[in-house]
Ligand binder design. Structure first.
Ligand code: DAU
Length: 334
């Protein structure tokens, strides 16, 4: 089975490449990635010479580059490629439209033309907007509130339209917040862990009472694998754990795991349009496909902190070059 996995050098994509090669003896994985700031082939160093693994550098919005791969035959397309960081989308939305909207459209066109038999779109719970009470299920309306979530919502609508209009067998997945090893240190957990391990402070946006739902990377890999094999074309699946915590509580757990105290927390200006709470109903995935999360948040968090503690050179390389400019700009704007 030939799997085209886009964005395979990023955090979630690289975890999935590793997962697929370990899990199956008969899959070939083509990792198609542009290697932008968060893409890192170091995440895949141990499998770079694997006989069933190929890397292709390319932009998912480049139709010729995409067709070059898809025309040779693809049994499953997993679209992990995306611009994902909300704060960056507030500073530079154009990159988000390019990759998330035009990129997904280019993949859908290629899937249609070359009749790719399965396509899974990796998307986010943020398309449902802030959920002040209860949970979002697959029928909840889209109410994206940041350029990032609006771009993902547009891509998800395109996926459904390509299923309805052209019969492209695509499934859309909405996931809670990922965390785990290899996550680029700009999102809450990896940023805070790296700062705390380096003796720095951590910036809490607003009052820190915003609620996020957390899923460990391996649990997400298993969910995507199941959906790719058993999901119904045209359907949407939420992937959530029910482990919902205010940011302040997550931060306090990280302080304890890194041996730091409350003095390391700095309350800064809130994010623009900051969504107060996300909460996913993932009953459909659990009852129809038999998935359930295996990693408790406290265990996953401890493993994650340990991984960053023992991979400081990896962190240092991520935190050079463009990273410094991004943070300088973000601090100027706060
Ligand atoms: O919900 C799924 C989404 O989770 C994914 O689709 C996105 O790609 C991913 O970036 C993530 O979005 P969030 O905005 O929830 O993640 P982030 O780690 O940026 O922020 C988590 C919470 O922590 C949020 O309430 C903002 C807050 N935060 C974040 C950062 C980076 C802080 O208080 N300080 C920070 O420095």
């Amino acid at each position: 089975m030939r799997i085209l996995l886009t964005g395979g050098a990023g955090f979630m994509g690289s975890n999935m490449v590793q997962y697929l090669l370990k899990q199956y003896d008969d899959v070939e994985v083509i990792n198609f990635d542009l290697l932008t700031y968060a893409g890192n082939l170091e995440n895949l160093a141990d499998i770079q010479d694997h006989p069933r693994y190929t890397f292709v550098k390319g932009d998912i919005a480049d139709a010729r580059a995409v067709e070059d791969v898809v025309s040779k035959g693809v049994d499953l397309l997993l679209n992990y490629a995306a611009e994902t960081h909300v704060d960056r989308s507030l500073m530079d939305p154009r990159a988000f439209l390019h990759t998330n909207v035009y990129g997904t459209h280019t993949l859908l066109e290629a899937a249609k033309k070359y009749e790719v038999p399965r396509f899974v779109q990796i998307s986010t719970d943020e398309v449902y907007g802030a959920v002040m009470e209860g949970e979002s299920d697959e029928k909840s309306p889209f109410e994206p509130r940041s350029p990032y979530s609006a771009s993902k919502a547009a891509a998800d609508h395109l996926c459904h339209s390509y299923h309805i209009s052209f019969g492209v067998p695509v499934m859309v997945t909405h996931s809670a917040n990922f965390y785990g090893p290899y996550q680029f240190p700009e999102k809450l957990i990896p940023l805070f862990v790296c700062n705390l391990l380096e003796g720095k402070t951590v910036p809490i946006y607003g009052d820190g009472q915003q609620i996020r739902e957390w899923i460990f990377t391996q649990d997400h890999c298993r969910a995507i694998d199941l959906i790719a094999q058993k999901g119904n074309a045209g359907e949407t699946y939420n992937i959530g754990t029910g482990e919902r915590l205010p940011n302040l509580e997550v931060t306090r757990k990280l302080l304890a795991l890194t041996g730091r105290d409350d003095a390391s927390m700095v309350f800064v200006k809130d994010r623009r349009g900051h969504d107060r709470r996300y909460a996913l109903c993932s009953q459909k995935l659990r009852s129809e496909l038999g998935w359930k999360p295996q990693m408790a948040f406290d265990d996953g968090l401890a493993q994650t902190v340990e991984w960053y503690r023992t991979n400081q050179p990896w962190v240092a390389r991520c935190r050079s070059g463009e990273y410094q400019q991004y943070y300088q700009r973000q601090y100027q704007e706060r």
